[in-house]
Write a protein that binds this ligand. Structure first.
Ligand code: PEP
Ligand code: MG
Length: 582
């Protein structure tokens, strides 16, 4: 038995057999030896893969040049040059001949050598070519292996997925019935992969460092998504213990769900709106079952992932209409397309960026691709007639971005009205406050926006300069850092001055201690994964608001995240000793 510790990102337990998922990881190709007479076949396979890759690249270059402009297609010229590099090609062929290994192995060794050599070069331009080599290497490897990407959506039996990494789109495509848990080597607590696991209610642990090297298909493991442990080859005693815990966990969840119909109101009558975040319309039954007052964040970009084309206005309209109708009369805050960062379109090969989280993403992408943006806005507006929608724009960093986005929305409204289409003309329009600059100018933004929703996942990432998906620095990802609480407090105060409601839709609100600090700061709404809502509701219902505001004021005087958290925890324990009993 071996226990590995990682970062718990989605609570619950699962015991089952492992399937190791390789997402084009060409660094771990085993050495498979071949006979002398198989060498020509291997070389021919390599040449075929190169030809196929070249045809793919030319196609993509043409598409990018037509769709987003010639300058963006230059990156593929660099890829084509690497593909034609005779030294690289000869090195691979020589390795196959001399070492008699399958070409995948030879190719992976040669590419890694290039990779290493380029990373050492003292020239920024050449060093940057490393990512080009990586991209092109992946593409060739995929063609060499001759298979489409492994699919997680079509599984025959319940399994636990183990991977080095999983992208949000891979996670989103998981077959929820058959993936009973997953665990990865890398990843942080608020990466979209982690958030997706909570939405799908799949227990998950990330940041385990080497789990994908420790297991093979068919191994039995326990994934403990509550504590962050993965237990390989568990003994009978451990299996029994976890079977008992699993039962207790299910009981606990159903106990909490009894709060479903009760309001998120403190003992002295201060009520907040407690809402859920969704990625897909089919999460609505779970949202309602967990007692959400509304949907505080509908991440619409998932509609655009895992598909070969862009969704049409009609398709989007149908999906948004379903959400509006199923939730009515409850509200739904629809966030417009937040692509980029770690969520990439399959239908458009966008240029590779050095810092995708700081790059051409979210509202920045939409304001340059008004054609794509407008299609979505029209669909949302049409669906708004069937329920109660609010619209918000992600990644606002300047007032002019908000104004421009609102103008485009108004154009879409006018178009639809001219066409005689019914819409909710009074629809409120808000901004996500998730970039420190927006927090600092929230006094200015509050005059133009109808509401704010604080995106704490990104706000923490940008304010503390800590990549939300990186397990190595996860210790720095601190929701109770005094800088974060000060920014949040400033946003709430500025919103309230203009009589605008202020919510939070980042994962911070799903942690009962942080949630009570937010209530103490005067937040109007908390929106988080549906799964954790009942716990937050229980916490809110167990305390008095007047005591919370006092506690928060005192907490803000401490200098570190740990001190603030410890202090708040102690105070809450005094106010509600039962809350921490489990
Ligand atoms: C956030 O940044 O806090 C947020 C809610 O949006 P996302 O997690 O989708 O970036
Ligand atoms: Mg965000």
């Amino acid at each position: 038995m071996l226990v590995l510790h990682g970062i718990p990102v989605s609570p619950g337990f699962a015991i089952g057999q492992v399937r190791v998922f390789h997402s084009e990881d060409f660094f771990s190709i085993p050495a498979i030896h071949i006979h002398e007479d198989e060498v020509p076949r291997e070389i021919a396979r390599f040449e075929e893969a190169l030809t196929k890759t070249r045809a793919e690249l030319l196609g993509i270059r043409r598409k990018i040049s037509n769709e987003i402009g010639h300058e963006h297609s230059d990156i593929f010229n660099a890829h084509l040059l690497i593909l034609e590099d005779r030294t690289l090609i000869e090195d691979v062929i020589q390795k196959v001949r001399e070492e008699k290994v399958m070409v995948e192995r030879a190719f992976s060794i040669v590419v890694q050598r290039y990779f290493h050599a380029f990373s050492q070069i003292d020239d920024e331009y050449l060093r940057e070519r490393v990512s080009d080599i990586k991209d092109i290497g992946r593409r060739i490897m995929r063609n060499l292996m001759g298979h489409e990407k492994e699919s997680l959506s079509d599984l025959k039996e319940p399994i636990i997925i183990i991977a080095h990494d999983l992208s949000p789109s891979e996670t989103a495509s998981m077959d929820k019935k058959n993936v009973i848990a997953f665990a990865t080597d890398i990843g942080g607590p608020t990466s979209h992969t982690a958030i997706m696991a909570r939405s799908l209610e799949i227990p998950a642990v990330v940041g385990l460092d080497r789990i994908s090297k420790e297991v093979v298909n068919g191994d039995t493991v326990i994934v403990d998504g509550t504590r962050g442990d993965v237990i390989l080859d568990p003994d009978t005693e451990t299996l029994d213990r976890y079977n008992r815990e699993e039962k207790r966990f299910i009981e606990l969840i159903s106990e909490l769900d009894k709060l479903q119909k009760l309001p998120a109101k403190t003992l002295d009558g201060h009520q907040i709106t407690l809402s859920a975040n969704i990625e897909f319309p089919d999460e609505i039954p779970s949202v309602l079952a967990h007692g959400a007052d509304s949907i505080g964040l509908y991440r619409t970009e998932y509609f655009y992932l895992n598909r070969p084309d862009l969704p049409t206005e009609e398709e989007q309209f149908e999906a948004y209409k379903t959400v509006a109708e199923k939730m009515a009369p409850k509200e739904v805050v629809v966030r417009t397309l937040d692509l980029g960062g770690d969520k990439f379109l399959s239908s458009m090969e966008l240029p590779h960026e050095m810092n995708p989280f700081l790059g051409w993403r979210a509202i920045r992408f939409c304001l340059t691709r008004v054609d794509i943006f407008k299609v979505q806005l029209r669909a949302v507006l049409r669906a708004s007639a069937f329920g109660h929608f609010k619209i918000m724009f992600p990644m606002i960093s300047t007032i002019s971005e908000f104004q421009k986005a609102r103008e485009i929305l108004n154009d879409a409204k006018e178009e639809l009205k001219r066409e005689g289409v019914k819409i909710d003309d009074q629809i409120q329009v808000g901004a996500m406050i998730e970039i420190p600059s927006a927090a600092v100018i929230s006094d200015i933004l509050a005059k133009s926006c109808d509401f704010f929703s604080i995106g704490s996942n990104d706000l923490i990432q940008y304010a503390l300069a800590v990549d939300r998906g990186n397990e190595k620095i996860a210790y720095l990802y601190q929701p109770t850092h005094p800088a974060i609480l000060k920014l949040v407090s400033q946003i709430i105060t500025n919103g309230k001055k203009e009589k605008k409601w202020v919510g939070i839709c980042g994962e911070m609100g799903g942690d009962p201690i942080a949630a009570l600090l937010l209530v103490g700061l005067g937040i109007d709404e908390i929106s988080t994964s549906a799964f954790v809502l009942p716990k937050v509701k229980k916490a809110v219902r167990s305390v008095r608001f007047d005591q919370l505001t006092k506690m928060t004021r005192k907490a803000m005087r401490f200098s570190t995240a740990e001190e603030i958290r410890d202090f708040a925890e102690q105070e809450i324990k005094k106010m509600a000793p039962d809350l921490f009993a489990e």
